[in-house]
Design a protein around this ligand. Structure first.
Ligand SMILES: [Zn+2]
Length: 457
């Protein structure tokens, strides 16, 4: 009820809340009456996936053949951006279509408020049986991410030591086989590409290395190498290659997941959306991991919508920038003509024709302190970043400088002056509301230790 409630108190008090309740009840009744015709929905999110490490986004290693196949039967978005560079704010945006500064689940001691309407809640109201499988604290119950799920299993939140793709896939199978006979919404959050990077030697991307790192590269090993300034090109290549093996391993379990889903729901009746919450650094800017910046290494993520969509769209590519917070609106508008409250774009209509004139926002927030705050806007080929800490701007042209090396902010010519004006104006207006209040939470020592081992301290 978040957006409605927020506006209602401002505009006409309880009237809108009343209308929205009637709407919700109507949707509920409508959903129960008509749910038999709804397609099944699978949302696959993989933690920590840089788009440029996927085969289908042009990576050299053959990391993700299953995802390539999914893209061949769907629409691939070449420039999808997450709304934050770490899990909690990013995934809260994905499930609510609110920007981080609107839902305000933006630190490791806040949770997503119950005030929001989530994708799962809307689908549940439409008559879906909803299953959520979490493998990371930040997508778990403690952080309010279980809202709207009939079944929510977080037994695979194992911290940095777990290899969980197989167990998650088996849990998905178990819950699908035991589900109520309604259309289903299954959300699986895979986690293996997140640090600790573990070798899966069958893929051989990292074979033959004889340097300082072992078969398991954890946060401490990366920190130590940075502190000791003992990193060679071979080391960094090896780290990337082990990460690639994690991607390939996860991709193979996604193949198993899709094969098993196909046994209970034909592909043409199954809408599949695949994306990630953020990317990862591999020594670009001298850093590893993720969490503070809004550069492309951390916010450019894969996005594929596949299966139960118009077959004319299969194999289609959208080249212009999009936001992953558009996912709820897109799913709702594919499965139903009913009104909904989600913002963003209908991503499939962009696959039909794309004016490409959107402003894309992303926000940098550090999990443990109110510093390193940044916000950025992308418009066509340009990206403007505002750094709260020192009140400075950076401007990049993404078509000629995707890796954001050449800051154009101080350049003085008409083209740059015009784009600066336009982007600065749009950043000034972001976000459009003062935001919801996110409840504070207490973390126990074990959770803090888990998060530390995942690089969040
Ligand atoms: Zn993450």
């Amino acid at each position: 009820m978040g957006i409605l409630k927020l506006r209602a108190t401002r505009i006409v008090g309880l009237t809108l809340v009343g209308i929205s309740l009637v709407l919700a009840v109507t949707l509920f009744i409508y959903g129960r009456a008509n749910s038999a015709h709804l397609p099944n929905i699978v949302l696959i999110t993989i933690d920590t996936v840089r788009a440029d490490h996927l085969s289908t986004y042009g990576h050299d290693n053959r990391t993700t053949p299953t995802i390539s196949k999914l893209a061949a039967n769907g629409v691939i978005f070449k420039q999808a951006f997450s709304q934050a560079p770490w899990t909690l704010p990013s995934m809260a945006s994905l499930h609510t279509s609110l920007y981080p500064s609107e839902h305000n689940a933006i630190s490791a001691t806040t949770k997503l408020t119950d005030e929001v309407e989530t994708l799962a809640e809307s689908l549940s109201n439409l008559g879906y049986y909803t299953i959520g499988l979490a493998s990371h604290h930040f997508v778990g119950t403690r952080f309010g991410m279980d809202q709207g799920f009939d079944v929510f299993d977080e037994s695979q939140i194992l911290g940095h030591n777990g290899v969980t793709s197989g167990a998650l896939t088996n849990l998905a199978t178990k819950y699908l086989n035991n589900r109520e006979q309604k259309p289903f919404f299954l959300w699986v959050h895979y986690f293996d590409p997140h640090v600790t990077y573990v070798r899966h030697p069958e893929y051989k991307f990292a074979s033959g290395y004889e340097g300082q790192f072992s078969d398991e590269i954890d946060v401490e090993a990366l920190d130590q190498a940075l502190i000791n300034r003992q990193l060679t090109h071979e080391d960094v290549d090896y780290i990337r290659a082990v990460y690639d093996e994690e991607l390939a391993y996860t991709d193979s379990w996604i193949r198993t997941l899709l094969d098993r889903i196909a046994k209970v729901s034909a592909m043409k009746n199954t809408l599949t959306v695949l994306t990630s919450d953020h990317g990862e650094y591999f020594m670009e800017r001298g850093r590893f991991l993720h969490g503070k910046d809004v550069y492309n290494e951390l916010v450019h993520v894969p996005l594929i919508i596949s299966g139960a969509i118009d077959t004319n769209l299969h194999g289609r590519t959208v080249d212009q920038p999009v936001e992953i917070l558009s996912i709820p609106r897109t799913i709702l508008e594919i499965v139903s003509d009913e009104a909904h409250i989600f913002r963003g774009e209908n991503l499939l209509s962009l696959a039909e024709s794309d004016p490409g004139n959107r402003f894309i926002f992303t926000e940098g927030l550090f999990a443990w302190a109110d510093s390193f705050r940044k916000k950025a806007v992308i418009y066509k080929d340009w990206k403007l970043i505002y750094n709260f800490d020192d009140n400075s701007y950076e401007l990049y042209n993404l078509s000629s400088d995707w890796s954001e090396q050449l800051d154009r902010w101080d350049e003085e010519n008409d083209e740059v002056a015009a784009i600066k004006r336009l982007l600065k104006q749009s950043l000034d207006q972001y976000p459009n509301t003062e935001g919801l209040s996110a409840p504070e939470i207490q973390l126990n020592e074990k959770t803090v230790e888990h998060l530390r081992s995942l690089g969040y301290l």
